[in-house]
Write a protein that binds this ligand. Sequence first.
Ligand SMILES: [Ca+2]
Ligand SMILES: [Ca+2]
Length: 432
Amino acid sequence: MYGYPGFQSLAAFQQFVGFVDALAWGPGGDTIASVGKGPDKTVNLTDLNSGLVINSFLFSQDIGVGTNEIAFSADGTRLYYGDGTVVHNVPSVATPTPTPSPTHTPTPTPQPTVTLNLTVSLGARPAQGQIFRVLLSQAGIVRQDTLAAAGPGGVLSISGILPGQYDLWVKHPQSLAGAQALVTLSAPTTDVTLSALLLGDANDTNVVNIADFSILAAAFGTSSDQPGYDARADFTGDSSVNISDFSILAANFGLNGVPPPAGGTGAPEMRVMETIPPELASARLRFLTNNGSVSTRVGAAFSVTLAAGNSTVGQGSVISLLDGAEVHLTFDPTLLQVDEALAGLTPGTTLPTVLKNVYDNSAGTVDFAAGTLNAAAQGQFTLVTIRFRALASTGSGVTLVQASSAPYYESLLTLDGAAITPTLTPLSVKIR
Ligand SMILES: [Ca+2]
Ligand SMILES: [Ca+2]
């Protein structure tokens, strides 16, 4: 920065921009981007010829203290930080002409930017005042990542966007994400209306599953002035967690939102790392069979009991407590099928609120989830009994019934809003 009129020393520079954590030179050498120290996420663009801050904007994510990883794109229109996945369009500014020119050279015109007026809805719950995350991406690369509060009518107003075609991805912390592809944004304003976002995602993971139910169960029957209340489970926005919130969760149970852009930073993650109580940590999920295996013959039916919890009190372990369990199983549908004529899936009675109870003999899947809004279930119990029929011989080998590894299809055990992913030893089936 030395040698520029405004900045003969670092101290002089910091008088202009404050104490800084990260700096990046603009490609023309006339501007510098600086990020404030500590949790401040303000980015200042300073014109080195005049020493004036010519633009400020906010990174929408905490870039952490002490980072020095920000960099301009080669053309100076975008600013990256970290691993390069977080990108901000740099608002266009007129660059001062370096030398006076007697000829009539055209003055650089600031590129017009777009203000996106995005109307969002949360169904029956008013969107006004709620915070939404909006990702604008192109070919899977996030160009702008914004947290915005909805104004009257549920309108999110986002300005400073470079004109172009974008994919929009929008999420409320308690909703599944919605999206609209290939939206053309033109200056000065473009209006877009998004379909209503579905509520029920208490932990902001972009899927409504038993972990969300567990958060709701732990807070069930409370209002905001009572101990145990958890606003994440108040989907209706009336400051209480009750059957109306459960109804929303049950209606959307098992659904997931539109995944965020592949090159984005919006990957769902647990926003709150729950402490895992020992009564949950000790819980298991397992098939109750002889040695974890079944031997049968073509055409025969057999039942498999899937048990949750743990009653074995060994050294340093405790009897488990569970308020919810969710399992997603896969099997080879050419070798096995869930026997429709013989009850198929039979829920256990210990977790009485059955939220999911389906199987698919074409895809070879079983999806089951159940919980309790009352006291947690102690010890080991039958979660679900599955009746299979063997279709074809496995020869000298076996076929497996095992936990799904598909995204959003984790098997989970829960207690008071905390969740673990249990290891399920696959069921080995030999068919003669
Ligand atoms: Ca969730
Ligand atoms: Ca409520």
